[in-house]
Design a protein around this ligand. Structure first.
Ligand SMILES: Nc1ncnc2c1ncn2[C@@H]1O[C@H](COP(=O)(O)OP(=O)(O)OP(=O)(O)O)[C@@H](O)[C@H]1O
Ligand SMILES: [Zn+2]
Length: 941
């Protein structure tokens, strides 16, 4: 049979008849049966498989049928396995069977009847090891089709080998005897049941829409675990030999049957298949999810619909499968899924009739959805639950969602849907509130490294921790990606090192990147060009280089780069990254890179344009004012940059704080905020902890004036002793201020007796949105003269402003938040005492992102407005979230650390969670999920 024929789809009836004739010569020598046609026909009707679940197409599994004719199952399986596992072209092999089947509807019943009588019912074990070359094989071999030249075939026989991959053909081959898929006979006997359910007969279904194949009573869907073989040796639910066979022998060892059916028998194609988790314990970084799902089972609170969402390769599908297995597992609750009981084994080997994995793309038509729902309405075959795992659920249409949701209310409690998506934003809003949602976060680098280490040890791969760390970093939180990369590296047969990984991925090492960045920031044009050419000429794609540089800069800005630095790194940090000026340059570079990236995507001369961008890295103006935001929380960087550029050359004295000419300096509150901001930064730059806490407690920046290249700073202390201490430390304080301001600083220390001690200004141990909102904004509204500065300070209290989304004015009405069900938050953590809650966001529809951004900004200014904005946006889809959020999970769930297009970038390192992982307590537990809170870590310098 030619390849062309194999691949053809529609063949006229006459050809089919010819084919039928030929079949006579392919009778099973043992039984003289026409089994292959019968099974082919059956297969055509019911057997549908895909690697990833339900397939509503015709006959994917019909590939086995020629072999099935032999009537000896295990040999078919061998042929099947070998060709599938090792021959990528085996798909072409499947087609002719399908073609033949199409002409066979008329004769099917008869054939099937015969084959049911003729086919020996043998278990896998009883047939194990027999060798047989079928006439079909001979025919196939004589046609020299490479698709059949299996590596396992030796001396005209097939040697049984462990199987990996998806053994559809095998499953099909065995299915008529024992698979969950019904044979025609079975179908006929259940015909009345079908018609009662309105499913119609198989024939009509085939004719009507080509939606065929159900191994669960005709919903038109069937599936198996991706990548797991289906050993359809015998019907696990009805075969006597199977039932009689205990899963565990008396000694507690696995029986042959158990072994045969065990998913662990498979020879996986990849590391991620091999190490696919099969119990909750094996899931990495998903403790909360796993615990919650397990408790749901233990406490009998299984929801009808779950939604697993999160980035790719983070364990959603694996968890869904484990959960499904756990739901039906027969072992004691805490050990679910045991992996040993019958239900577990059927499921993990892809034979469960009650757990179906579907791709949403395949239920794109309403009739398919209806078929699915009909199937769901039937009681489970043998398990407690019918579980439907629907992948990529975001592509389900609204009608499909509503039909499914509607059916949930009507159905009995035995159905569980597990919807999976990596794109939550695309899922319609209304179904979201019906689901229990579980977020699968990106997996932490440390967890990935640990997992990779375990795999390397198991696989006998030599590795450097640095190499694995690099792989983990590159995988962007996807364990599957990391495992795939490790797989590739393992194939090289060398020790897995960072340089090997760089070579494989085509990336540049951090040292080289730092060297390039250093050159670019130092205006060393010639060497920048040389280095850039060297890297892009041979080693790395320009776009990849952009991405690596941007990541490096973000890491530096986030303070993630400083530990474990090489010499190159240390030198670089010595030159660029410590001062605010250096930070500003880096931000500027980041911006240039983001623009370059856009440009590069459409450019033919990428290397040149990237070099041009690199050469601009050093051309950045810096003003500390760019760091500030206006008192209402709006980022003013762009405005101030222009202002600064025009003012820079002015000789007249300018108030450095509020950026106005000194004589016009009237916005006192603005000025105070800026002064506080600068002082806080300067204090944080001080070298020693005692000095930092002394200055934070006792000192205050009273004023700041800048002339051409010099800033004059007045720093006040309330007690003469403090003043004299400060005088001794004057140089250190001045140098910290210089770091922050980026210019020379002349410092004047003043005794200001009225200056209130900061610890007496009001403890922030307890803090309530309500009370804060009610507090008058005296600082912003009062107009004080310079002379009032100290008096004003003495009145100073923690003060917070809140804004509604539709007004630019601060809200002074205490009822505003009350009405909106704002929460009161106690900061009762020991480490929080005296520090205050740093940032609180209340999630209310009325509290729009812009408003919350301002609120966050004003409270302690740890968030820039845009970061807060992003947090709010992230919170929006979760209005109805019913799981309580711990600080940690809130952080993981919602925090979006970086937007390269935003000026006010703040690193997430500033927001590391408190070590306490308790659920934030609110006085009213109803609102416990409605706010987020982070405590800023102690300054690291
Ligand atoms: N959290 C995890 N714990 C253990 N293994 C994991 C985890 N996440 C991913 N893996 C590994 O990655 C492979 C793929 O995981 P899985 O298919 O469950 O991810 P997914 O989130 O469903 O991905 P996708 O959205 O692309 O379907 C697994 O076989 C496993 O080896
Ligand atoms: Zn079990």
């Amino acid at each position: 049979m030619s390849d062309a024929r194999r691949n053809s789809v529609d063949i006229p009836l006459s050809k089919t008849l010819v084919a039928l004739k030929r079949v006579r010569s392919l009778r099973d020598p043992a039984t003289n049966s026409l089994g292959k046609y019968a099974t082919t026909a059956e297969n055509m009707i019911w057997e549908t498989h895909s690697s990833n679940g339900a397939v509503l197409e015709l006959s994917k599994s019909a590939n086995y049928n020629l072999n099935e004719e032999i009537g000896n199952h295990e040999h078919i399986m061998e042929l099947d396995h070998s060709s599938r596992a090792h021959n990528p072209r085996n798909t072409s092999y499947r087609k002719p069977s399908m073609v033949k089947i199409r002409g066979l509807n008329a004769t099917r019943t008869k054939l099937v009847h015969r084959v049911r009588q003729d086919r020996p019912r043998k278990s896998l074990d009883s047939n194990y090891g027999r060798q047989f070359v079928s006439p079909v094989e001979e025919e196939v071999n004589s046609s020299k089709n490479p698709a059949f030249e299996s590596p396992e075939r030796t001396n005209g026989t097939f040697v049984r080998k462990p199987v990996y991959g998806n053994c559809r053909k095998t499953s099909a081959a065995m299915s008529r005897v024992g698979s969950p898929c019904m044979s025609i006979d079975e179908a006929r006997t259940t015909g009345s049941r079908r018609s009662a359910l309105g499913l119609g007969t198989e024939d009509t279904r085939v004719k009507s829409n080509g939606v065929v194949g159900s191994n669960f009573s005709g919903c038109g869907l069937s599936s198996c675990w991706s990548g797991t073989p289906k050993y359809h040796v015998s019907n696990p639910y009805s075969d006597s030999d199977c039932q009689e066979q205990p899963l565990l022998s008396a000694e507690g060892t696995e029986t042959a049957f158990a072994k045969a059916a065990s998913p662990y028998q498979e020879t996986p194609r990849s590391l991620s298949q091999k190490f696919r988790p099969r119990s909750f314990n094996e899931l990495v970084g998903l403790n909360v999810v796993a615990q919650s799902l397990l408790y749901a089972i233990c406490k009998g609170k299984v929801a009808p619909m779950y939604l697993f969402h999160g980035p790719r390769g983070t364990g959603k599908t694996s968890t869904a499968r484990i959960f499904a297995a756990a739901l039906n597992c027969a072992s004691p609750e805490e050990h679910r899924p045991c992996g040993l009981c019958k239900e577990c084994m059927f499921q993990f080997s892809g034979r469960s009739r009650d757990v179906k994995e579907l791709d949403a793309a395949k239920i794109d038509r309403m009739e398919r959805v209806r078929a699915l729902l009909k199937s769901a309405s039937l009681v489970p075959y043998s398990s407690r639950f019918k579980v439907f795992i629907i992948d990529e659920c975001q592509i389900l249409r609204e009608e499909a969602w509503s039909a499914i949701l509607k059916s949930i209310d009507e159905l009995s409690r035995h159905v569980v849907y597990i919807m999976i998506t990596s794109d939550l934003e695309e899922v319609p809003r209304s179904p979201l509130s019906h689901c229990q949602k579980y977020h699968f976060p990106k997996i932490k680098v440390a967890d990935i490294v640990y997992r990779l280490q375990r795999i390397c040890i198991d696989e006998g791969l030599e590795f450097d921790n640095d190499g694995l760390h690099f792989v983990a970093t590159k995988s962007n939180g996807s364990l599957r990606d990391a495992e795939t990369m490790l797989d590739q590296l393992g194939l090289l047969g060398k020790r897995i090192t960072i340089s090997l990984a760089h070579e494989l991925i085509g990336s540049v090492s951090d040292d080289e990147l730092i060297e390039l960045l250093d050159l670019a920031l130092s205006s060393d044009t010639a060497n920048t060009v040389r280095k850039a050419r060297e890297l892009m000429g041979t080693r790395v794609d320009p776009l990849q280089l952009v991405s690596q540089l941007a990541n490096l800069i973000m890491d530096i800005l986030a303070g993630r780069c400083q530990s474990g630095l090489s010499e190159v790194g240390k030198n670089f940090f010595g030159r660029h990254a410590l001062a605010e000026v250096g930070m500003h340059k880096l931000r500027h570079a980041l911006k240039l890179l983001s623009e370059a990236e856009k440009h590069l995507r459409t450019s033919k001369n990428q290397a040149t344009w990237l070099t041009v961008a690199l050469l601009q890295f050093s051309n950045s103006e810096y003003s500390p004012l760019m760091e500030m935001n206006d008192p209402h929380g709006y980022p003013r960087a762009a405005y101030l940059r222009d202002e600064w550029a025009s003012r820079k050359n002015m000789d007249s004295a300018v108030c450095y704080a509020c950026n106005h000419n000194k004589s016009n300096c009237t916005e006192r509150h603005c000025r105070r905020l800026k002064l506080e901001n600068i002082w806080r930064k300067a204090v944080n730059k001080c070298q020693t902890k005692p000095l930092r806490s002394f200055l934070r407690k006792e000192g205050s920046l009273l004023s700041l004036h800048v002339t051409e290249d010099l800033a004059i700073a007045e720093v006040g202390f309330s007690h003469p002793d403090h003043l004299s201490s400060a005088e001794q430390l004057q140089n250190q304080i001045a140098s910290s201020l210089q770091h922050v301001l980026g210019c020379n600083v002349e410092m004047r220390l003043k005794l200001v007796p009225a200056l209130l001690r900061k610890d007496a200004r009001g403890k922030r141990q307890s803090f309530s949105l309500l009370s804060c909102s009610g507090r008058k904004q005296e600082l912003s509204d009062s107009a004080m003269t310079d002379g009032d500065e100290t008096e004003r300070s003495s009145k100073r209290e923690p003060s917070f402003k809140f804004y509604s989304s539709n007004s630019a004015k601060p809200i002074n009405d205490p009822n505003f938040f009350h009405d909106k069900q704002a929460v009161t938050v106690e900061n009762d953590s020991p480490e929080g005492k005296g520090e205050g809650i740093e940032c609180i966001g209340v999630q209310e529809p009325e509290l729009q992102p812009s408003c919350l951004a301002k609120t966050l900004k004003l409270q302690r200014r740890f968030f820039s407005a845009d970061v807060a904005h992003m947090i709010c946006l992230r919170m929006q889809p979760h209005n109805k979230m019913d799981l309580s959020i711990t600080k940690k999970s809130a952080f993981e769930t919602y925090f979006c650390p970086y937007d390269p297009y935003n000026q006010g970038f703040r690193s997430d390192s500033q927001f590391t969670c408190s070590s306490r992982e308790d659920t934030l307590s609110s006085k009213d537990s109803r609102f416990s999920s409605k706010f987020l809170c982070w405590k800023a870590p102690k300054p690291s310098i």
